[in-house]
Design a protein around this ligand. Structure first.
Ligand SMILES: Cc1cc2nc3c(=O)[nH]c(=O)nc-3n(C[C@H](O)[C@H](O)[C@H](O)COP(=O)(O)OP(=O)(O)OC[C@H]3O[C@@H](n4cnc5c(N)ncnc54)[C@H](O)[C@@H]3O)c2cc1C
Length: 400
């Protein structure tokens, strides 16, 4: 019997990879909850920062873009850079893509992946089923990688949670629970600024705590983007253009440069359309650094060092750490201990070669875990256009 390829993950990257593998006639089993990051781990009412042209889930055939979905669903076509995509629309697009391209998706969790002698993989599912796969694609995206900096941990002794004094932004879908409350949001990226604006609109008194000076800023609207620079899905700039369309040489850069670029390129910057909703509704507190955090009788307190060198305490009913995600193979506990030990990693991220294969033959990574090898474009949906056909081609040649 031909062993299937297992794709773990049913977000944009898992679905796109599975569609490309199927189109090559490779038997696949695909696992995961479709679009769960967008449905449960992003705030209701959120708008996407990426433009419509940068929000397509790549498919092997025409007819599966966001515009195709809008036509099929009979909704307003999202086409220009000024059309803003509601998260609910994008989630529905992903589910439509799944029904069209990956109808056999199994909505179950993979509990463990281990390597067998001979090079195949043994997978165990939530249902208790054991099966053998000839190759495995890890497309688990943001799952389990939410990052809370050590200095904030003191406010959540039992771990961050919406019911604890401190939570991570990924733990919120509904922000109405903060109506009438004092809220501190730590961070200066789009997630922090949009969470803060949505919470303020829901009736909370919100302060954003940003580390550094001038960290809270917003991008230029499409009509003010410089015309003489090349267009990319993220705006007009040579660096963005190169990183979007030519990620091939990225993995040959020195490790320090690669990790720096993943963090800084397309880093903290609010979307142009958020400025009006944010300014006036949310206060910003710029600090030199956050020294620590603790739980209080009514909520949480942050101890901060000001730019003037003083130590102050900021208190609130709750603190949301909008502090992003960090790839760490050690946190992917469904990968067996031996596999994780065998994998070549660089600062916690798997080192990938051509075609997104890891140092373990037959084990592939795509999406966020591939960003340290293929650049910041892998953090965004448009990265599927580069990644999925190349991964499928490599896998077909090596294991087809
Ligand atoms: C607040 C926020 C806003 C964002 N806005 C944008 C935007 O505007 N534009 C953009 O391009 N990107 C945006 N992103 C980034 C975006 O989330 C990622 O690019 C995208 O979701 C990554 O897709 P993915 O398929 O890799 O993973 P995810 O979408 O995270 O999907 C992970 C999948 O893995 C499955 N899974 C996990 N573990 C297991 C397991 N053990 N067994 C089986 N299945 C498993 C889950 O069920 C899920 O199906 C945003 C991110 C955040 C946090």
């Amino acid at each position: 019997m031909i062993q299937p390829v297992a794709v773990i993950g049913a977000g944009p990257f898992g679905l796109s990879t599975a569609a490309h593998l199927r189109a090559r006639g490779i038997p696949v089993r695909v696992f995961g909850e479709p679009m769960v990051s967008w449905r449960d781990h992003m705030p209701e009412g959120m708008l996407l920062k990426s433009t419509p042209v940068a929000s397509n889930i790549d498919a092997p055939r025409r007819g599966h873009t966001l515009v195709d979905y809008c036509d099929a669903a009979g909704i307003h076509r999202l086409v220009t850079d000024e059309d803003i995509i509601p998260v609910e629309t994008f989630q529905a697009y992903g589910e439509w893509f799944q029904q069209q391209q990956v109808p056999e998706l199994e909505r179950t969790r993979v509990v463990s992946v281990d390597r067998r002698t001979g090079g195949d993989f043994e997978l165990k599912l939530d249902s208790g089923e054991l099966f053998t796969a000839r190759a495995v694609v890890v497309a688990t995206g943001l799952s389990g990688l939410a990052h809370v900096p050590r200095e904030l941990a003191g406010a959540a002794a039992d771990g961050p949670a919406p019911t604890a004094p401190l939570s991570h932004s990924s733990q919120h879908h509904e922000l109405t629970r903060f109506c009438g409350k004092d809220l501190l949001v730590v961070g200066a990226g789009q997630s922090a600024l949009e969470t803060a604006a949505l919470a303020a609109e829901a009736g909370a008194r919100v302060r954003v705590v940003a580390r550094g000076r001038g960290q809270v800023s917003f991008g230029a609207p499409p009509w003010r983007q410089p015309k003489l620079r090349p267009e990319s899905p993220f705006g007009r700039a040579w660096s963005l253009w190169a990183l979007s369309y030519y990620p091939h040489p990225y993995r040959y850069l020195p490790a320090q440069a690669r990790h720096y670029l993943v963090r800084r390129v397309l880093g903290p910057l609010g979307a142009w359309w958020l400025r009006d909703r944010f300014e006036g509704a949310v206060r910003v507190r710029e600090v030199s650094r956050i020294v620590g955090a603790s739980a209080t009788d009514v909520g949480a307190a942050l101890t901060v060092r000001t730019h003037a060198g003083r130590t102050e305490e900021l208190t609130a009913d709750h603190v949301i750490a909008a502090t992003g995600y960090r790839v760490d193979i050690a946190a992917m506990d469904f990968l067996g201990h031996e596999l994780r030990t065998e994998l070549a990693v660089s600062r916690g991220a798997p080192k990938l070669g051509a075609g997104y294969v890891s140092s373990v033959p037959g084990l592939y990574f795509t999406g966020l875990p591939a960003a340290a090898s293929y650049g910041p474009v892998m953090r965004f949906v448009c990265g599927t256009e580069f990644a999925s056909p190349r991964l499928a081609k490599h896998l077909a040649a090596a294991h087809g």
